[in-house]
Write a protein that binds this ligand. Structure first.
Ligand SMILES: [Zn+2]
Length: 369
C-alpha cells in the first residue's frame, strides 16, 4: 500500500511550524488513541500512521530528508527504517503530553508486555565518492553492550513479571487506567539474579563486534541509516537497540558532486583546442577516454550520460558534466610570441560566436530543464 504524505496525515501545510506540527499530532493522537477506540483496527492504523508522520516531521534531520526524498528517504536497501512499533510511539508521548500517559497503555495490542529496549548506538562512516556511487558493504567494528554470559534473571517481585505497574490517573482524556513501566525492573519484568564480575548493574558487558553494513548506492552526506538490533542489548528479555549510521562523504580529488550529477574540470592546451584531441578522465566507475572535437570552445560542457551517481530513490543515474578549460601559458619564448603576434592580426583568430552558440546561462538552463 502506498504511504500517505506525512503532512497530509497530520493535516498541516509543508511550511507548518514545529508548534503547529506538534499541535496537529496531539489532536490526531487523542482522536485515534487506542484507549478511546478499543478493538478498532482502523483507528489503530491511523494512530500509528500519525505517530510515524510526527516522528519524522518533528526531527529536523528526518524532516529535511523527507522533504528532499519523500518516503524513500527511510527505505534504503535493507535498512529497518519505515514503520514504528508501539514502544517507539509511546516513547514520543512524554514529549507531546508532558508525561501524562507515562510509558505504556492498558489493554493495547492484546495485553502484550512492553519489552525494554536497549539504547541506540551511533557511528559515523566515511565513504569515498566511488563507494557512494557503486554502493558498498562496510565491515565496521562497534563496541556494544551485550548480555554477559552467566547472567541469570528472576521475575520482578514488584510487577510480577508484567513490566508494568497499573494506576488510575487523570489525563487529558479524562480519568483512566494507565500503566507505567515498573521502576524496579525498568519495564523488563525481570531483575538480575546472578551476574559475572565483569558485567555492569544490568548484567551487560561491552564487547567489540564487527557489524556488516550494506550501504545503498546514492546516499547523501549526513544521511542516517538504521541497522536494527545492532545497538546495545537490553537487560533480560528486552530487545536490542539500533545502530544509527551517519554517512560522511569524503571529498573527491577530481569529481565534484551536485545531487546525482558530477562535475569534472578538464584542462586542454591551446593546440589541443585547435586541433582536437582525446583525453582520459576519471569517473566513479573507472577511467574513460573522451574525444574533444577540433575547434572546441573553452567553457563547453560535455555531458556523459549516466556516468554520475545513482539516485537513492531509484530514479536512474545522474550524468557526468565535463567542463572544457583551455590552458593558457603565462610565459612564451620568442618563437611562440612571434607566432601568436602573427595570429593576432589573423582574421581566423577573431572571435566570431555563431548565433547558435548559446550563452553559458542558456547552456546550463538547457542542461537542467
Ligand atoms: Zn518490575
Amino acid at each position: 500500500m502506498a504511504k500517505r504524505d506525512y503532512y497530509e496525515i497530520l493535516g498541516v501545510s509543508k511550511g507548518a511550524s514545529d508548534a503547529e506540527i506538534k499541535k496537529a499530532y496531539r489532536k490526531k493522537a487523542i482522536e485515534y488513541h487506542p484507549d478511546k477506540n478499543p478493538d478498532n483496527k482502523e483507528a489503530e492504523a491511523k494512530f500509528k500512521e500519525a505517530a510515524e508522520a510526527y516522528e519524522v516531521l518533528s526531527n529536523p534531520d528526518k524532516k529535511a530528508r523527507y522533504d528532499q526524498f519523500g518516503h524513500q528517504a527511510f527505505e534504503g536497501g535493507g535498512f529497518g527504517g519505515g514503520g514504528m512499533n508501539m514502544d517507539d510511539i509511546f516513547s514520543q508521548f512524554g514529549d507531546i503530553f508532558g508525561g501524562a500517559f507515562g510509558g505504556g497503555f492498558s489493554g493495547f495490542g492484546g495485553g502484550g508486555q512492553r519489552r525494554a529496549k536497549g539504547s541506540n548506538l551511533r557511528i559515523r562512516v566515511k565513504l569515498t565518492l566511488e563507494e557512494i556511487a557503486n554502493g558498498v558493504e562496510k565491515k565496521i567494528k562497534v563496541k556494544r553492550k551485550v548480555q554477559a554470559p552467566g547472567t541469570t534473571y528472576k521475575t520482578c517481585a514488584t510487577c510480577h513479571g508484567t513490566g508494568q505497574v497499573t494506576r488510575i490517573a487523570n489525563t487529558i482524556l479524562g480519568r483512566m487506567q494507565t500503566s507505567a513501566p515498573c521502576n524496579v525492573c525498568g519495564g523488563a519484568g525481570q531483575t538480575i539474579d546472578k551476574k559475572p564480575a565483569d558485567a555492569d548493574a544490568q548484567g551487560l558487558k561491552v564487547v567489540e563486534e564487527t557489524v556488516s553494513i550494506k550501504i545503498p548506492a546514492g546516499v547523501v552526506d549526513d544521511m542516517q541509516l538504521k541497522v536494527s538490533g545492532k545497538g546495545n542489548d537490553a537487560p533480560g528479555n528486552g530487545i536490542a537497540g539500533d545502530l544509527i549510521v551517519l554517512i560522511e562523504e569524503e571529498p573527491h580529488q577530481k569529481l565534484q558532486r551536485e545531487g546525482d550529477n558530477l562535475h569534472y574540470d578538464m584542462y586542454i592546451s591551446y593546440p589541443e583546442a585547435v586541433l582536437g584531441t582525446s583525453k582520459e578522465i576519471d569517473t566513479v566507475t573507472g577511467k574513460v577516454r573522451i574525444k574533444v572535437e577540433a575547434g572546441v570552445q573553452s567553457g563547453k560542457i560535455l555531458r556523459l550520460r549516466s556516468k554520475g551517481v545513482p539516485n537513492i530513490n531509484g530514479y536512474g543515474r545522474g550524468d557526468l558534466l565535463v567542463h572544457v578549460n583551455v590552458w593558457t601559458p603565462k610565459e612564451l619564448n620568442k618563437q611562440q610570441r612571434e607566432f601568436f603576434e602573427n595570429m593576432m592580426n589573423d582574421d581566423n583568430f577573431t572571435p566570431r560566436p555563431e548565433s547558435s552558440d548559446k550563452s553559458f546561462f542558456e547552456k546550463v538552463k538547457d542542461m537542467f530543464s
